[in-house]
Design a protein around this ligand. Structure first.
Ligand SMILES: *Cc1c(COP(=O)(O)O)cnc(C)c1O
Length: 418
């Protein structure tokens, strides 16, 4: 469910015509629906209302300050994976007591920043990280609250690049080694060991792998409590999928019911780190057709957005539906939708049955609210695009389009080249 819909053949976001924004802001731009973000957050969070829990939105899917602020106002926390994300979270006034810090390679300064900010919990991913955190906390005269991110060896049945909970993946600590690691960590003076966590992958379209991972974590919790390690938090990560094309992922309510059944009466605060399921279908990328071109082999629609703006099709062969911003009832052709970047891998769609757009017409690349802007770059010295949030019949530019000056900020020519 989302608030992008047609009125008289014209695409609206809530009560605002997308074409009007394009005329005023220029293209390309990301467009987020406030009502959809809010609705998706509630749809995820409310089924857990009757159990102690924190919904820690996974910031790497969409880290715009306005988006983070919206979830903070809804009572959410965030899952961060870098010092930069912590900085953003604090700027958006997220409650530090609802911040969990994940990531396989946290730098010493990131750990210190998290300690200084008094975040809820570090999800640690290796014995060396645990030792380092203990020593940094000691130097700072603090106690670090930690969970161990364990790798439960569960197959999420998703794209290999976004599967994270298999033994072969770089993430977490092998669940078979976890009791030993917990025993060691619980003896370290500057740590408070209080949770177990996992994150098995992204874009999961079934509940079963989550339940399988949860059962493995619960049996670990039992073991740890028997070892007098008082586990109070269980963090199940993120990963719930969305519909990009034909997928039929479980509704968050179904996910919640399956999980609540397993944890009844266990005296645990649950933590979730949903990203895509909240932001994915709450955003689109609006782009303009520059040229059309046909060879003997192929039709091309050349647009002003490129892989630097939305890399998912190039990186994961992801499918994004593409819709006209104004329906003209054009005939349908088979075409590649490509950007201006000098790479053959620069495409938004391949061999797509699509309207025969003409130059200057606008396209909406759907389901682009997660891992869209956050994965964008300046490749080919392309300024990063604007981000816009619609609320009702108003729109707000929540990140300005970069200018050429922004491209060279911080660069300098040394004296010997003057
Ligand atoms: C990426 C990530 C998430 C969010 O994943 P989604 O599939 O977007 O829900 C949550 N937790 C961790 C540790 C992650 O790396």
């Amino acid at each position: 469910m989302h608030h992008f819909h047609y009125v008289d053949n014209e695409l609206y976001c809530e009560d605002t015509p997308v074409q009007r924004i394009a005329q005023e802001v220029g293209t390309p731009f990301y467009l987020y629906s406030h009502a959809t973000l809010k609705m998706h957050f509630e749809a995820f969070d409310s089924p857990f209302r009757d159990v102690p829990h924190i919904t820690c939105f996974s910031m790497k899917s969409n880290s715009n300050l306005a988006v983070i602020r919206l979830f903070a106002l809804e009572g959410g926390g965030v899952d961060i994976v870098s010092g930069g994300e912590l900085y953003r979270a604090l700027k958006a006034e997220v409650d530090p007591g609802k911040i969990v810090f994940s990531g396989v390679g946290k730098r010493p300064e990131d750990l210190a920043y998290g300690l200084d900010s008094d975040i809820l919990m570090f999800n640690t991913e290796s014995s060396q990280e645990i030792e380092r955190l203990n020593s940094i906390a000691g130097e700072m005269g603090k106690k670090a609250r930690i969970a161990l991110r364990v790798n439960p060896d569960v197959d999420p049945e998703t794209h290999p690049y976004i599967s994270t909970g298999l033994r072969e993946n770089k993430f977490g600590i092998d669940i078979r080694e976890a009791p030993d690691q917990y025993a060691k960590a619980s003896k370290m003076p500057n740590l408070e060991v209080m949770g177990v966590s996992c994150h098995i992958g992204s874009q999961l379209t079934q509940v079963d792998p989550f339940v399988e991972a949860l059962r493995k974590l619960l049996s670990l919790v039992d073991k740890l409590r028997a070892m007098d390690i008082p586990i109070r938090y269980l963090d199940l990560g993120g990963g719930l999928g969305i519909t990009y094309d034909q997928e039929e992922p479980p509704h968050p309510t179904e996910y919640a019911e399956a999980i609540k059944k397993e944890v009844k009466g266990l005296d645990l605060t649950l933590i979730f780190e949903p990203g895509r399921v909240i932001t994915g279908n709450a955003g689109i990328l609006v782009t303009k057709v520059l040229y059309t071109k046909s060879t003997d082999e192929k039709n091309f629609l050349i647009v002003d957005a490129a892989m630097n703006d939305l890399i998912r099709p190039s990186l994961y062969s992801s499918y994004h539906a593409i819709q006209p911003v104004v329906k003209k009832g054009r005939r349908v052709i088979k075409a590649d939708v490509v950007g201006p970047i000098c790479e053959s891998g620069d495409f938004l769609a391949k061999d797509r049955e699509i309207d025969a757009y003409e130059p200057d017409e606008l396209m909406a690349v759907m389901s682009a609210g997660a891992y869209g802007f956050t994965m964008s770059s300046n490749y080919n010295s392309r300024p990063r695009v604007a981000e816009v949030m619609v609320r009702g019949d108003q729109y707000h530019v929540v990140r300005e389009r970069e200018r050429y000056e922004d491209l060279i900020r911080g660069e300098r020519i040394p004296d010997f080249l003057q």
